[in-house]
Design a protein around this ligand. Structure first.
Ligand SMILES: *Cc1c(COP(=O)(O)O)cnc(C)c1O
Length: 241
């Protein structure tokens, strides 16, 4: 990156971040919610460590990544560049392969995409390697199609019970992506019902991770505590497929 581009990128990120914060504040005002209840997780996948550092400097304290191969080295680079003791929470939001679970748990603070028991051995082992508990959200599929990840709502109680048995893992709540073409208000209302049922059994599970660049207002209306926003802040990514 040439020296001249850094201030430009900083300004661009600052402007878009401010616009997203304004959207969140407006959505909270409409929903009668306190913006302090809503955490912005900036999804930095496909963008370099230099962007993460600029975002941190602009006050971002939670980033999201979705691929181990990309996230592992990037997070290491970011942690090395930040002054010791800097707070930056790393959220892993992507589909997780069981052979990557232990590695991801070595650098992520929270994994949003738990959708099967098979991941638990690796996640628990990774939490022990690192010597601190790992937060987990159960990803819920809201349209019965689990091919893009997510457990069915009826599988959530068993998964929650399995997490609760692991000393290294803390159940934090649920996550969902609104199904393609679906009304996000309908999707996030059903996610909230799953969240409420889970929290009744597991009081620590009070997070609802829902809402992205296109549907964060609907997520705020339905009780989201964590919004995962990429494009609206970083710009468009190269196409995934
Ligand atoms: C990429 C991604 C996001 C961010 O989506 P945008 O539309 O770019 O805001 C949120 N959640 C997950 C699981 C993602 O993979």
């Amino acid at each position: 990156m040439s020296a001249g581009t850094v201030p430009d990128r900083r300004l661009e990120l600052a402007g878009r971040l401010e616009a997203v914060r304004e959207r969140i504040n407006a959505a909270c005002a409409d929903a009668g919610r306190d913006p302090g209840e809503v955490t912005l997780v900036v999804v930095t996948k496909f963008f370099p460590a230099s962007d993460v550092l600029l975002l941190h400097d602009l006050g971002v304290r939670a980033i999201g990544e979705n691929k181990d191969q990309e996230a592992g080295p990037k997070v290491a680079q970011v942690r090395e560049a930040l002054p010791p003791g800097s707070d930056l929470e790393v959220h892993f939001v992507g589909r997780l392969q069981s052979n990557k679970a232990r590695h991801v748990a070595g650098y992520a603070d929270v994994v949003h995409s738990l959708d099967r028991r098979k991941l638990l051995d690796g996640l628990d082992a990774g939490a022990f390697d690192r010597g601190r508990p790992l937060g987990l959200l159960i990803q819920v599929s809201l349209d019965g199609d689990t091919s893009r990840g997510g457990a069915l709502p009826e599988e959530v109680p068993d998964l929650g019970a399995a997490v609760a048995q692991r000393a290294g893992l803390v159940l934090k709540g649920v996550m969902a992506v609104a199904p393609l073409g679906a009304d996000p208000d309908v999707a996030f209302a059903s996610l909230r019902r799953v969240a409420t049922d889970l929290q009744a059994v597991h009081p620590t599970a009070d997070w609802v991770s829902a809402g992205m660049s296109g549907d964060l207002e609907a997520a705020v209306r339905h009780g989201a505590t964590h919004l995962r926003v990429g494009t609206a802040i970083l710009g468009s990514r190269p196409s995934l497929l």
